[in-house]
Design a protein around this ligand. Structure first.
Ligand code: FE
Length: 221
């Protein structure tokens, strides 16, 4: 489970030999749905101390870089090859409808087009579909780095607070594996995985559904 997918590893090795432009072409051309590596560990990106702040402070001509979105454990329920879908809703599905929108951004703040985002989560009762692909789906950001996910608010399951799992990958970047959390959930404070930087800013709409905005900041190379 800790190995890179052979195809991706091969692409990376090819990229080293062929240069960035050629590698980009290879990756773009072969970027098929559901190609996430299994359990790739988040890469550590080394940045200088001046680049670790997320403020807009500038140093000479260099604008400070945004902090990478915090990585979290994949957990036991990830499945590769999810269907491509921006809505995970199905007829008869229980739960509060939730729409999350946002951008995938590079550390310099530039939007990342064609980033792969793969979501998976428990249903409103706290159960994962481990035989099929209910509440699992991937999508790609548009030309301006935007994504939209329509789903339901996940339920609690033993030992965890409410969360949605996600993997995000810029076309030439490493996989970011993380989780999104919900505000005001009592179990947040008792969940060792919980991170306040990953809490959605959920708003309740007049029809009872919820909306949130969340931007991911990822490494792009
Ligand atoms: Fe989980």
């Amino acid at each position: 489970m800790d190995h890179q997918h052979p195809r991706r590893l091969r692409r990376r090795l090819l990229g080293i030999g062929l240069g960035v432009a050629a590698a980009s072409a290879i990756v773009a051309a072969s970027f098929a749905p559901g190609v996430f590596a299994q359990a790739v560990q988040p890469q550590i990106t080394v940045v200088s101390p001046a680049q670790t702040t997320s403020s807009a402070t500038t140093f000479g001509n260099t604008t400070a870089l945004q902090s990478l979105t915090v990585a979290e454990t994949e957990g036991p329920y990830f499945k590769a090859n999810s269907p491509e879908a921006t809505s995970l809703l199905q007829d008869g599905m229980q739960g509060t409808v939730l729409t999350i929108t946002g951008q995938v951004l590079a550390q310099d703040g530039m939007p990342v087009a064609n980033a792969l985002i793969d979501f998976w989560q428990a249903n409103a009762s706290g159960s994962y579909d481990n035989t099929g692909y209910t509440l699992r789906g991937h999508q790609y950001t548009d030309a301006n780095g935007y994504y939209t996910l329509t789903t339901v608010e996940p339920g609690l399951y033993p030992g965890r607070t409410e969360h949605i799992h996600v993997k995000v990958q810029a076309p030439n970047g490493p996989v970011l594996t993380t989780q999104l959390f919900f505000p005001g959930v009592a179990q947040n404070s008792r969940d060792s995985i919980f991170d306040p930087s990953l809490v959605l800013d959920t708003q309740t709409n007049p029809d009872g559904s919820q909306s949130a905005i969340f931007n991911f900041v990822v490494a792009t190379a």
